[in-house]
Design a protein around this ligand. Structure first.
Ligand code: CA
Length: 228
């Protein structure tokens, strides 16, 4: 799927030019010509990046950014007028990821855009990794060797807790109270059952070994086969 860009720019000829170039580069572009409409569009959709002009009718770009940041972390590149130093400073303080000064060469804009998108997709602390297993807390996705695994929400919670405590042996009681809650009244072997589900989906389906049983103690997530 192409990466989606929201362009909020009131100079229509400039907006059309940028749209043409971005479309040519393979991005899906949505245009808005005024601040308020741009903000609504940014809040209602999940764009990969927003190009935001500062001087806009109805709501200026900095105000759009301020309101957007209360709800979303979509990367924003500001399009600022030349020498508008205050705008740049305020913009970066308000949570812009970068800015490009008008008039700009399209190559510069494209380079900044690629950099901001790369930064966004780079693994951050929102991602946990144990060997071939990766868990993205924000996107709520899990993959093994790059292949996505579908988990139920309980399986996900259990896996996340085990990955956050990788290398540490966790007792059934600890897992039960942390993942299911202290007031859980069901079967106590529920932990074993869910470990079995995870093992099937993570280890057995991808021919890896990350979920280990420590007899008489509990479970540990780690990559090496050696003794604990
Ligand atoms: Ca403008």
């Amino acid at each position: 799927m192409p990466q989606s860009i929201l362009l909020i720019e009131d100079e229509e000829s400039l907006a059309r030019f940028v749209e043409l170039e971005l479309t040519h580069e393979g991005y899906a572009v949505t245009k808005r010509f005024d601040g308020r409409e741009g903000l609504n569009c940014a809040l209602e959709n999940n764009f990969d990046l927003i190009l935001l002009d500062i001087m806009l009718p109805s709501l200026n770009g900095l105000e759009v950014l301020r309101r957007l940041r209360k709800e979303k972390n979509t990367p924003v590149i500001l399009l600022t007028a030349r020498d508008a130093v205050m705008d740049k400073v305020t913009g970066l303080d308000t949570g812009a990821d970068d800015y490009v000064t008008k008039p700009f060469a399209i190559e510069e804009l494209l380079a900044r855009l690629r950099a901001a998108l790369r930064k966004q997709t780079a693994p951050a602390e929102d991602t946990l990794a144990v060997g071939p297993v990766r868990l993205d807390k924000l996107r709520h996705t899990v993959s093994v060797n790059g292949n996505e695994v579908t988990l139920t929400s309980r399986e996900f919670q259990l896996l996340q807790y085990m990955m956050e405590n990788a290398g540490i042996v966790l007792s059934r009681e600890t897992l039960l109270s942390t993942v299911w809650g202290y007031d859980y009244m069901g079967e106590t072997n529920v932990v074993d059952v869910y470990i079995r589900y995870l093992r099937q989906k993570i280890d057995e389906a991808h021919d890896v070994k990350t979920l280990h049983t420590i007899r008489g103690v509990g479970y540990v997530m780690k990559t090496e086969e050696n003794h604990v």
